[in-house]
Design a protein around this ligand. Sequence first.
Ligand SMILES: [Zn+2]
Length: 326
Amino acid sequence: MRQVRKSWGLILALLVLISCVTEKKQSDTEKTSELIQPQKWWEKLPRPVYTTLEKVEIGQEWFEVYKLFEATYAIYEPYQFEEAISYLVIGNDKAVVIDTGTGIGDLKQVVSKLNSHPVSVVNTHGHWDHIGNNHQFKEIACYNDSACLDRLRSGMNNDSLQRSVTGDSLWKPLPEGFDPATWEIPPVTPTALLEEGDTIELGRRSLEVIHTPGHSPGSMCLLDKKNRILFTGDTFFPGPLYAYPEDVDIKDYLASIDKLEERLNEYDHLCSGHNDPWVKSEVIPRVAAAFREIMAGRDEYNEDQGIRRYYFDGFDILVRADMIKK
Ligand SMILES: [Zn+2]
């Protein structure tokens, strides 16, 4: 009898623990402001741009792959809130993967179906939704910045990632074989550090490194001069630009957009880190103007939990209210 009581006690304790954990997860999800993650965000998918791009069937459920032009692919994750986009850029001798997404799908398998050259990774910055599959590759580069290096070297543990695979963050099942209970982003050590003006040679095709701190200190863009495209990571994407997290420097962000505007005659399209892989470059001067308006005290915005969302044509900007001078 004693034994039975003990077991019931144990079961009860377990149930309490489970309900606490569930509650914690729910409150974590609730903390995300509607301004950052709108409910049913997936209802606006597919985004119109995708009907204009050439879709490539790769037989994987998690990714959608689009051929932007010869030897250049966008690898898109439409089922998770980040809508992360990685890129495969192939030269005559080598290929690079620009960012590696959330780490939920098997990116390496996708890359191996599209490319037979030696391949390495170049990270536009160190945030989790861009470095998730770095561990699948041997050669990894990032900007020579300590904050970026630290993020790559520490990876992400399972607890910190839970919010991205629970509740409204997903609208389709996770891929077979992916276990959210054990998922983590393993730490990696970069094998190459890049600096402003460096050139990544791929064989009759190269990418120039443009340091664009702001969204994070180690953010960079990559310019494919020959094909007149700019890979922007999170410095620009057509959604709410994240200028509110702790590692954002809004003055640096504006200076970086100004820097991109100075070189506007060198590229026609932006291949961005989220939502849409093919954006006309004419948006860049408007982004610079938008940041200036915000910093000068623009009074049209919505505010929730200390975060402000400013609305513009083709993009929005999220900042912390305390970043703006009164
Ligand atoms: Zn991102």
